[in-house]
Design a protein around this ligand. Structure first.
Ligand code: PRX
Length: 566
């Protein structure tokens, strides 16, 4: 197999000798990387932004923003410090305090970033909501977290209004493009008391999907920023001379960890583009902002590959020096395409909402084996276990597990301690992913151990989509699976049982897809729908999605002893 030799660029990688760093690493020593208040407490937002204002970075650009319409703005670390102080004061005036939840429901606009930091400065828990969410998705998340404040804009406000009636704890809806918010921000003081937080106190939370039930609130502590800072330094290799673009949305964990906390904790100049994916526009951003470090996702890379090499040749992308990818399996072809067309391979890395930061990665100072996720980051012990929790030998597939105790390991699942506990077995955190390790310590991804769907890198729970479909009057029940797709990794496919008097039609399929898009989320709708008479179920009444998938893919059906009938 091809091995891509390590980067020989002039800029020395931050992590020069992986093996040595891995051996010598201690979390206690690493804590010195953060800045603390005199009483030894600290705050993640202070570490991301404010501490730089005490150094030469004060007037360094922290954020270049380009709106969908082409408006351009830039913010220094000092600007973000002041804006987030003001936001903290505005939120305090509205009654926000330590431990309470404030959620941000915005597209990628500057207000999202300083509101997030402002909430953390208050000592409250900052939550994010992907801007494609519909009223049902909002209800589930805001209801479960008992959020008191939602920060949104006029365009998204109607969806919050629709959800509001079932959210008795929601006290304030802050609309960032309203005269009221401008007035409050103008009047707010530029200084604030940044809450002194202990290591373990919650800093942010976001909802993610599993196989069963509604999405769960993964809560992270202030201490998570240490992991995010270190991995942004080692894996993304951020230097002061870099201009960095992370294409993720802060509605998901990558945007929080590597577009706000970890990247800014390293003092990185970060580019944020509000608009959607578009190959020409993306190349334009890479060219015009002279991006040097680019962190993106396999689906985007595959879509760029599909857009053809004539397009990419029109742009000068010579500033790029380091490329990273996350969120779904990165095919070797993508790594090699980067090498061929951009002159640089993509470095795959692996992590989850629950791990709060990158745990396995390919580093610039290490040879890449295309198709492998790389090696555990210093401070992380990863292993492949069998179903009983025993380590398996090299080359054998099993459950990917991590030794608990790293700083960005989730603190808890909001109000669901049992769910939290269910992640652990025999002293290991079980990721829910299947993988294998080669004898050189590289980890290789195989697939999910459960029914979680990854579509265009976004994690979707089948249960949520099934529930949304079932609220449509034509639907009796639905079973939802991820169907492999060459571009998007997986697409959502639904098997729908219709009411007796409803006639199946192509028009109805479209209507159901649109319905889910509107109710649940713009990204979490079934791109394919089949009407069937009956869903395969276990004797206890659970939908056997595994069987639906096997039938769809023409695979053997495996153990069907618990099957009711099909
Ligand atoms: O299945 C794995 C897949 O994405 C899941 C985590 O998704 P989420 O919580 O949305 O976190 C996204 C932030 C990284 C994992 O359980 N996944 C993530 N990275 C990779 C991956 N699958 C294969 N290769 C990866 N590099």
């Amino acid at each position: 197999m091809d091995i891509i030799r390590k980067n020989q660029a002039l800029l020395k990688p931050n992590l020069l000798d992986y093996e040595k760093a891995y051996k010598q690493f201690s979390w206690e020593d690493a804590k010195n990387e953060l800045s603390y208040f005199e009483d030894k407490t600290f705050n993640a937002a202070y570490n991301a932004i404010d501490r730089h204002t005490q150094t030469w970075r004060k007037n360094k650009i922290a954020l270049y923003f380009e709106s969908e319409k082409g408006e351009r703005l830039s913010f220094t670390f000092y600007d973000l410090s002041i804006l987030s102080n003001k936001a903290a004061n505005v939120f305090r005036d509205l009654g926000l305090s330590r431990g309470k939840r404030a959620f941000i429901f915005l597209p990628r606009v500057p207000e999202l970033f300083y509101a997030f930091l402002g909430i953390q400065k208050v000592g409250a828990i900052a939550g994010t909501l992907f801007s494609a969410f519909g009223p049902q998705a909002l209800k589930d998340r805001l209801g479960d977290s008992n959020a008191e404040i939602v920060i949104t804009n006029r365009a998204l406000l109607p969806r919050v209004e629709k959800a509001k009636a079932s959210l008795p704890n929601l006290k304030h809806i802050v609309v960032i493009d309203s005269p009221d918010f401008s007035k409050r921000m103008n009047k707010a003081k530029e200084v604030t008391h940044v809450a002194h937080m202990n290591w373990d106190e919650p800093a942010f939370m976001l909802y993610t999907s599993g196989t069963t039930g509604k999405p769960k609130g993964v809560v992270h502590r202030h201490g998570a920023i240490l992991m995010e800072q270190l991995t942004a330094k080692w894996v993304l290799d951020l230097h002061d001379s870099d201009t960095y673009w992370c294409t993720a949305d802060p509605g998901w964990v990558t945007g929080i960890a590597y577009e706000i906390l970890g990247s800014w904790a390293n003092g990185a100049t970060t580019v944020v583009y509000e608009g959607r994916f578009d190959p020409a526009k993306w190349y334009e951003i890479l060219q015009n902002y002279k991006i040097t470090v680019w962190y993106t996702a396999p689906t985007a890379i595959r879509l760029l590959m599909a857009a053809g090499s004539d397009l990419v040749k029109k742009y000068n992308l010579s500033c790029l020096r380091h490329l990273c990818s996350v969120g779904e399996p990165l095919n070797p072809e993508c790594v090699l395409w980067g090498q061929k067309v951009l002159g640089l391979p993509f470095h795959d890395n692996y992590w989850q909402t629950e791990t709060g930061g990158i745990v396995i990665a390919n580093y610039p100072s290490m040879d890449i084996k295309p198709g492998s996720m790389g090696k555990p980051v210093p401070g992380i012990s990863a292993a492949i276990l069998d179903d009983k929790g025993k380590k398996v030998s090299f080359g054998k597939e099993g459950n990917l597990a991590i030794k608990p105790g790293w700083p960005s390991q989730m603190k808890t699942i909001w109000r669901r301690p049992e769910k939290y506990k269910s992640y652990f077995q025999n002293g290991w955190y079980i990721t829910g992913d299947r993988a294998w390790e080669d004898r050189w310590g590289y980890f290789w991804f195989v697939g999910r151990a459960d029914d979680v769907i990854k579509t265009s890198g976004e994690r979707v729970g089948p249960f949520e989509v099934e529930s949304a479909l079932m609220t449509h009057p034509a639907v009796v029940e639905a079973g939802v699976i991820g169907k492999p797709d060459p571009l998007r990794g997986e697409i959502i496919k639904a098997f729908v049982v219709l009411e007796k008097d409803v006639k199946p039609s192509e028009k109805l399929k479209k209507e159901l897809a649109e319905y889910v898009k509107k109710q649940l989320a713009g990204h979490a709708y079934p791109r394919e729908i089949d009407f069937i008479d009956k869903l395969p179920k276990t004797r206890s009444g659970k939908i056997m999605r595994r069987l639906l998938k096997a039938k769809e893919l023409g695979l053997p059906e495996g153990d069907t002893s618990t099957l009711e009938e099909f």
